[in-house]
Design a binder for this molecule. Structure first.
Ligand SMILES: NC(=O)c1ccc[n+]([C@@H]2O[C@H](COP(=O)([O-])OP(=O)(O)OC[C@H]3O[C@@H](n4cnc5c(N)ncnc54)[C@H](OP(=O)(O)O)[C@@H]3O)[C@@H](O)[C@H]2O)c1
Length: 309
């Protein structure tokens, strides 16, 4: 099968298009014939070696941690899915392997694909929807009536988080710029602050929840805006313990967790059209270097997806 692998860390020139045998499944895994797979910011963090301390993967390995396709083989110890099922996958970081025509994935790292959307759109969902769900529902424990600020609301995770928070009845504020401001207004967000024009920290206070999808100075300026007892969840770095104590708030860095059936409620919202999935930008797997470069240089207007035959 066709796959894109790396044999060493580095810039995009380390990505190699190769022909390799189909992966062999373990008893707790299924084999998925991928129809589409997605590129995420974490891909270039792994490719560059930035995460090599936490993620000690042996070379060579196939890139990619998200996709959608059809199950062609099921392991002896699996019982949730059958051959022919249409699914979305998010293999754990040690496994990965979705920059390829087939991937072996643990059964609990699969979600059923909503029938209402194509594989190309479905391939963008596990990471974005899964992260938005894990941060908001599990970690921030959001409640109706709360006021939430979402940094990076225009991105893949952000747009899912905005929609989940709105459906849960929160007052939702987001930071974004350019065309993404209108996109967020179309999704029903209550207020957008253009981060390129306005300093959000002079505009807001008394927030119940901040979801930080940006990090750095954006996170540093956020602590003072949360009311006592509130919470900051970041996907990019652990919040500062001293700042959390100073403002009497809680906080953590989320690592997205997959679990069988966990996302059923939000997947149903996609099925019913209550959550809109943005059209991705399509690349061929043979152009993986260009695709990852577009994500790394923030040149893509939406999520980047490889469409497979
Ligand atoms: N810990 C985990 O498990 C986990 C899971 C998923 C994602 N993540 C991380 O979470 C982050 C977001 O992921 P994603 O997939 O949503 O990425 P994405 O699609 O690239 O979105 C990031 C968004 O942030 C915006 N942005 C950049 N600087 C900003 C600023 N100063 N203020 C407000 N918005 C700003 C970008 O806007 P522009 O259009 O201006 O570039 C873009 O819309 C990434 O760092 C990713 O690695 C972590």
């Amino acid at each position: 099968m066709k796959a894109t692998q790396i044999h060493q860390y580095g810039d995009n020139s380390v990505l190699e298009n190769v022909e390799i045998p189909l992966p062999k499944i373990l008893p707790n895994q299924v084999l998925v014939h991928l129809k589409a797979s997605s590129v995420n910011p974490v891909d270039y963090k792994i490719r560059s070696g930035f995460l090599s301390g936490q993620l000690n993967k042996p070379f060579p390995f196939t890139m990619g941690w998200e996709g959608a396709g059809i199950i062609t083989e099921v392991g002896k110890e699996t019982n949730l899915y059958n051959k022919g099922d249409e699914v979305m996958v998010m293999p754990n970081f040690m496994q990965g392997g979705t920059y390829a025509e087939y991937v072996a994935v643990n059964e609990d790292e699969i979600m059923p694909k909503p029938k209402s959307i194509h594989f190309t759109e479905a391939a963008t969902l596990p990471f974005s929807l899964g992260t938005a769900y894990t941060t908001l529902i599990e970690d921030a424990d959001i409640k109706k009536g709360q006021k939430i600020l979402i940094h990076g609301a225009g991105g893949a995770v952000g747009q899912m988080a905005v929609q989940i928070a709105k459906h849960k009845g929160l007052f939702v504020i987001g930071t974004a710029t350019g065309e993404k401001i209108q996109e967020l207004q179309d999704l029903g967000i209550d207020r957008v602050i253009d981060y390129a024009a306005t300093d959000f920290s002079t505009e807001l206070n008394d927030l119940d929840v901040i979801l930080d999808l940006v990090g750095g100075p954006t996170l540093a300026k956020s602590y003072a805006l949360v009311k006592t007892g509130g919470v900051i969840i970041s996907t990019t770095q652990p919040p500062s313990t001293s700042e959390l104590e100073k403002y009497k708030i809680s906080g953590k860095m989320t690592i997205t967790r997959m679990e069988a059936n966990k996302f059923n409620e939000v997947i149903q919202w996609v099925e019913e059209g209550k959550i809109t999935v943005k059209k991705p930008q399509i690349y061929d797997l043979s152009n993986a270097r260009e695709a990852l470069s577009a994500v790394e240089k923030r040149q893509s207007k939406s999520k980047v997806v490889f469409e497979m035959d």
